[in-house]
Design a protein around this ligand. Structure first.
Ligand SMILES: Cc1cc2nc3c(=O)[nH]c(=O)nc-3n(C[C@H](O)[C@H](O)[C@H](O)COP(=O)(O)OP(=O)(O)OC[C@H]3O[C@@H](n4cnc5c(N)ncnc54)[C@H](O)[C@@H]3O)c2cc1C
Length: 382
């Protein structure tokens, strides 16, 4: 048994622990931090994006220096309209994050699967224990939600033979053929002739046919008039979209990120929650298992009511709206005010916003929606 009482231990070298390590390195540079990761290296197959308005101005100051890409605006495209939002959008890459953490002196232990994680110690595969002042469990997604929908996608970073002509990220191009639920293309212009193009679907099943998605990306690129020179990188994901409140076992370890259920229930995105956690933890006078557990408990209860609303929206989308109609929910949403949309993505929807989202020209037939929201029978439907 080894004891390193003044050291912080992070299990899992993903986004949640990466954000915490980054904030610790900036705000508590003398506090030693070690990250244990089961894989042999950082998972490079991700691009983590966020809106400037998702996080506090103080946190943004720390995040902007990490951003690999940054745009002053973004756009969405639906059959009825094409809209541009003058609202900053940024992306963080695992490469940049990892390098910055190494430069800051964070210790990485790769190929180190941790068998058990507790709030002040970890247990290795061989049964050895190691104690720390505080241990964070960021081992990624596990859910107890009874019903799930999925946001699944395959993305490719394409180098084009000529310039793409985009002036801002196109976060939803929903003018494409609707298959497998709600479908849109997500495009980030990374340089004049490089773009990340993702085919994304809000679907009832998690199956991902990589070849089919790759063909669709090629077809989409062609339709935009883009000639592909090379595929530089591929990323894919099947993000859980819970339809009900999850039960998080908060007793055995201090869970961050997806492991703790800290993600936006509708988008499956977790960067904003990760940053808020990192911000809150590094503001504590004394970072220990008691103060951190209390902080997370309070955060969870502050979010509870809003999360209920987001779960309700998910049930409307996955249970009440026929596949072909799901697009209308998003089209209705993007027709609302930019401030409401910002609050939605940052997870701070208020009661008035909720009414605006649910009313107006109903995005789905009201009666099936009401049945879906209040009935348990739809369990079999998913
Ligand atoms: C391709 C992709 C793109 C995404 N893009 C965005 C985005 O743009 N914006 C956004 O907000 N969200 C995005 N998400 C959603 C979400 O934010 C990410 O999935 C994010 O990486 C989740 O962070 P995490 O730290 O909770 O888990 P992960 O990043 O999955 O990290 C968990 C880590 O724990 C390790 N691990 C697991 N078990 C053990 C063990 N026993 N011992 C040691 N290590 C272990 C894993 O190997 C992994 O490295 C994206 C997801 C994917 C898949």
């Amino acid at each position: 048994m080894a004891i390193q009482k003044n050291k912080i231990c992070l299990v899992g070298a993903g986004l949640a622990n990466g954000m915490l390590a980054w904030f610790l390195s900036k705000r508590h540079p003398d506090l030693p931090v070690v990250i244990y990761e089961s894989k042999s290296c950082i998972d490079l197959g991700r691009t983590w994006s966020f809106h400037k308005s998702d996080i506090s101005p103080t946190a943004f100051k720390l995040m902007e220096s990490l951003a690999a890409y940054r745009w002053p605006a973004y756009e969405v495209r639906f059959p009825q309209f094409h809209k541009r939002f003058e609202s900053e959008y940024l992306s963080v890459t695992p490469e940049v994050l990892h390098n910055e953490l190494l430069n800051a002196g964070v210790e990485f232990q790769f190929s180190s699967p941790i068998q058990n994680v507790f709030e002040d110690h970890i247990v290795f595969d061989d049964g050895q224990k190691q104690f720390f002042s505080c241990v964070f469990d960021g081992r990624g997604f596990k859910t107890s939600a009874a019903r799930l929908g999925y946001q699944k996608f395959v993305g490719q970073v394409l180098r084009l033979k000529k310039q793409h002509g985009l002036t801002a990220p196109l976060l939803m191009d929903a003018t494409v053929k609707q298959v497998d639920g709600y479908r849109f293309f997500y495009t980030l212009p990374l340089s004049n002739n490089e773009v990340l193009v993702e085919d994304t679907r809000y679907a009832n099943n998690p199956d991902l046919d990589h070849d089919e998605f790759a063909n669709e990306i090629a077809r989409y690129a062609k339709a935009q008039g883009w000639d592909i020179e090379q595929i530089l990188k591929v990323e894919s994901g099947v993000l859980p979209i819970p339809l009900d409140e999850e039960r998080i076992d908060a007793n055995s370890s201090i869970k961050l990120g997806m492991a703790g259920g800290f993600f936006h229930p509708v988008t499956g995105y977790s960067l904003a929650d990760c940053v808020r956690m990192a911000e809150g933890i590094t503001e504590l006078k004394d970072i220990n298992k008691h103060t951190v557990a209390e902080l997370l408990k309070n955060y969870r209860s502050q979010q509870a009511l809003r999360r209920k609303f987001y779960f309700l929206l998910n049930r409307m989308m996955f249970l009440a709206a026929p596949d072909a109609e799901r697009r209308k929910i998003f089209e209705h949403f993007y027709g609302l005010s930019p401030a409401l949309i910002e609050r939605f993505y940052s997870g701070s929807t208020n009661a008035f916003d909720a009414l605006r989202i649910l009313t107006g020209k109903p995005p789905v037939d009201v009666w099936p929606a009401v049945r879906a929201v209040f009935s348990r029978k739809e369990k079999e439907a998913i």
